[in-house]
Design a protein around this ligand. Structure first.
Ligand code: ADP
Ligand code: MG
Length: 253
């Protein structure tokens, strides 16, 4: 059997050439990184959970008419996706202050924002993904004004969907990050959600206890990341069938 061609290996995922032109296979690794890869570890099972959760969120988005790159899950760690031209921006939507926003503005984490706020950072590890104003994005030609408007609309639809889904299982969507890419259909270009949506790319707090169920558990050494992600998967009913259910409340407070 011919070996699959590696396209790109990143911090959390690997892209391989897909079976048909215009497709990739996205493999979810167990590697966890934080603070621009200064903190690193291998968290056994994380890739499997993220593949499942990402499938769940992207399938739901596709079904409600929010276009994503997701085509189908192939196995425990891999999914088939549409190849896109990634726009080199992280599109961040915030509902509550946390992380860099809380730090920058001296706000208490968890403070509800007056409305969802969309911000962009330039995707460049060597620069630490700096926050960029929309002016920069237009001036440097990363996206047009029309693209920007479409990206904001897309991000807000993802926010509404994700907030609702998470609220339904007792989880507050504090913020999240997506990447958006271009696909071409004849001479027409469309923007679609790419990369991943998982507890690696969201902040998720239990509504009752504010317990963190996302990558902050790893960033801040708050306990077992696998337990946190398993809890999210369990509540959403997307537990991998062969995973052992959580029997005791091992999560941190
Ligand atoms: P990184 O360390 O660069 O964040 P990841 O480990 O997240 O990398 O691997 C995924 C990479 O693949 C990212 O660089 C992301 O921009 C890119 N990517 C995600 N989805 C697609 C897609 N549909 N088409 C092309 N590239 C993609
Ligand atoms: Mg990434």
């Amino acid at each position: 059997m011919a070996r699959r061609k590696l396209v790109y290996e990143g911090k959390a995922k690997i892209l391989y050439e897909g079976p048909e032109p215009g497709t990739f296979v996205q493999y979810f690794k167990d590697d966890a990184t934080a603070f621009n890869a200064e903190k690193k570890d291998v968290i056994e099972g994380k890739g499997v959970l993220n593949n499942r959760l990402c499938e769940f969120f992207m399938t739901g988005l596709n079904q409600i008419g929010v276009p994503t790159h997701f085509l189908k899950r192939i196995n425990m760690r891999e999914q088939l996706i549409r190849q896109v031209e990634i726009i080199p921006l992280e599109v961040i939507v915030r509902n509550y202050a946390a992380g860099t926003m809380a730090k920058r503005l001296g706000m208490e984490e968890g403070t509800q924002l007056p409305r969802p706020i969309v911000e962009f950072s330039y995707k460049d590890d060597s620069l630490g993904d700096p926050l960029v104003p929309e002016e920069y994005i237009i001036a440097f030609g990363w996206a047009s004004q029309q693209d920007l408007d479409d990206m904001i609309a897309l991000a807000l639809r993802v926010n509404d969907y994700m907030s609702g889904v998470m609220y339904g299982v007792g989880i507050k969507l504090i913020d999240f990050k997506i990447e958006i890419g271009r696909v071409w259909e004849n001479e027409f270009m469309r923007l679609i959600v790419a990369d991943e949506i998982s507890p690696d790319s969201c902040r998720l707090w239990d509504i009752e206890t504010n317990q963190k169920l996302d990558k902050d558990v790893f960033r801040r050494d708050l306990g077992s990341l696998t337990d946190a992600y398993t809890e999210v998967a369990r509540r959403l009913g997307v537990m991998p069938t062969n995973a052992t259910p959580m029997t005791k409340p091992t999560l941190i407070n």
